[in-house]
Write a protein that binds this ligand. Structure first.
Ligand code: GBH
Length: 490
């Protein structure tokens, strides 16, 4: 009750600040459009635990962290995590208590197909997601389902994983089974979460399989991710369109401000967009890679004396197959960057190819991780940039959230309040077609290389209790009121 009241008081005071800042009529700002969906997100490896329960296969994250525990702070891993494999009903309970209307989660490929192929289906895994979906629907919460949030079956990594084009057809077979099994209940599908981050696991990023093939593995794995996405979309069109589901990717990338008003730095801003969001969004919305990526990577590859570009080419047929394969735009937004023109990082590498140098504006507030500064206006900026680049495609913000170390989370409330205010401006002032948001995250969970030390949840999880007790934080209560106050009911 004390939480509830302090949440309310905080809501009111924050609202006042946000509203007096905008200088626009309050009425156009306080509510969201009819049908706007408030939801929350998780991902399988980060919450499920049950890493080898009931016939689940091993994923590349299980494998990496069992072999190299030091990859994550304090040797933490996702073996048990929130144990949502057993306590998914508690997740649904807190979602409902707060009033979220959608829940975005991912399916662990090796949980349903232990060796990655449909020749061996794990019925317990199929049942788990069916039970979760049924529990959500019984509580009036709509599922948004990602097929791939980074946990490749390790059996497929043994022949190269996303580097090997063989993975494409196996992904399509997996997707086929998921559509067939859950397609009458699930209307919102995400094929790949953050393809840029997945490719980072093969290039220079911080993810499994941690191959460090800078400037080669990233482009090659990205190429196969795009092929897999394109074929999956075509399969749905052909076999499952009667279900009426809508497919996207959850795109991520850099939201950039120019470091100076020099023409070079202003040009760097668009290049920054094209080398991150554009890498995957351009092929699926406009066809083929962004021209500037093609030009710069080809040029550098040639200068390095290679016969072929490090950025692979699609055939004309592939370009057509991949083009036009998102029904909506999944947008993950956390932070922004300042950019200037210049060379940085390893030679070769994607960062070096892009010829931009990123930094933070020192005035942007810090957070519980070094890669995230609080820049609410960047959410509006990136939404308008997506509209400018790709037209009036419907946008769902598929992730947005604030990391801390588990203290009283009033800063998280401020983060959401200001980001949601910027979202309304994007909708009402810039005419962006944004139809929902899934915040990251409903519960504290395994935050990759930061383990459990960095927390994104609006609900606390007691990692010392055997049943992983879930308790609303201040931000959870705040959301409860926010949704009730800002949702227009049909
Ligand atoms: C998302 O990634 C993920 O989808 C989700 O699983 C994750 O829990 C959530 O965000 C919060 O992190 O250290 O400078 O190299 C966010 C995108 C890309 C953010 C890689 C961290 C590393 C930046 N991530 N980035 S740096």
């Amino acid at each position: 009750m004390a939480n509830l009241i302090s949440g309310l008081i905080l809501t009111l005071s924050l609202l006042e600040v946000a509203l007096s800042d905008d200088g626009l009529p309050i009425a156009s700002h306080t509510m969201f459009p009819k049908g706007f969906m408030f939801g929350a997100s998780t991902a399988a490896y980060q919450v499920e635990g049950g890493w080898n329960a009931d016939g689940k296969g091993v994923s590349i994250w299980d494998d990496l962290l069992h072999k190299y525990p030091e990859y994550v702070v304090y040797n933490m891993n996702g073996d048990v995590s929130d144990d949502s494999y057993h306590f998914y009903k508690d997740d649904v309970r807190v979602l409902k208590e707060i009033g979220f209307q959608t829940y975005r989660f991912s399916i662990a490929w090796p949980r349903v197909l232990p060796d990655g192929t449909t020749s061996n289906i794990n019925q317990a895994g199929i049942d788990y997601y069916m039970n979760l979906i049924d529990e959500l629907i019984a509580n009036g919460i709509e599922p948004v389902v990602a097929l791939y949030h980074w946990d490749l079956p390790v059996t497929l990594q043994k022949f190269g994983g996303w580097l090997n084009p063989k993975v494409v057809d196996l992904f399509v077979d997996y997707a086929d089974l998921m559509f067939k099994t859950y397609g009458d209940k699930v209307k919102w599908w995400i094929t790949i979460n953050e393809p840029e981050s997945v490719a980072g696991g093969y290039g220079g990023g911080d993810a499994a399989p941690a191959l460090n093939l800078f400037g080669t593995g990233d482009y090659l794995s990205g190429h196969n991710l795009l092929r897999a996405h394109g074929k999956t979309y075509r399969l749905y069109q052909k076999k499952y369109s009667h279900f009426g589901g809508k497919i996207s990717m959850a795109f991520c990338g850099a939201t950039c401000y120019p470091a100076s008003d020099s023409p070079e730095d202003i040009a760097a801003v668009d290049r920054c967009f094209q080398f991150s969001f554009g890498w995957f969004a351009h092929p699926v919305i406009k066809g083929d890679y962004p021209p500037v990526m093609r030009e710069y990577v080809d040029e550098n590859s040639m200068a390095e004396g290679r016969d072929v570009s490090r950025l692979p080419y699609f055939t004309e047929e592939e370009i057509q197959e991949i083009n036009g394969t998102v029904d909506w735009f999944g947008l993950n937004y956390y932070t922004s960057q300042m950019v200037k023109a210049g060379l940085t990082d390893m030679d070769p590498s994607l960062n070096r190819d892009s010829r931009i140098i990123k930094s933070f504006n020192s005035s942007w507030p810090t957070s519980g991780t070094n890669w995230l500064r609080v820049v609410p206006q960047g959410l509006r900026l990136i939404a308008t940039k997506v509209k400018e680049a790709y037209g009036d495609i419907p946008i769902m913000v598929t992730e947005n959230g604030y990391p801390d170390h588990g203290e009283h989370d009033d800063l998280r409330i401020g983060y959401f309040e200001t980001h949601l205010a910027e979202l309304r401006r994007a909708i009402y002032e810039d005419g962006c077609n944004i139809f929902g948001i899934c915040i990251w995250s409903i519960i504290d969970n395994f935050e990759w290389r930061n383990g459990y030390t960095v927390k994104f949840g609006v609900v606390n999880v007691d990692f010392n209790s055997p049943n992983r007790t879930r308790t609303l934080k201040n931000s959870g209560y705040w959301f409860q009121h926010y949704i009730a106050m800002h949702k227009l009911v049909e």
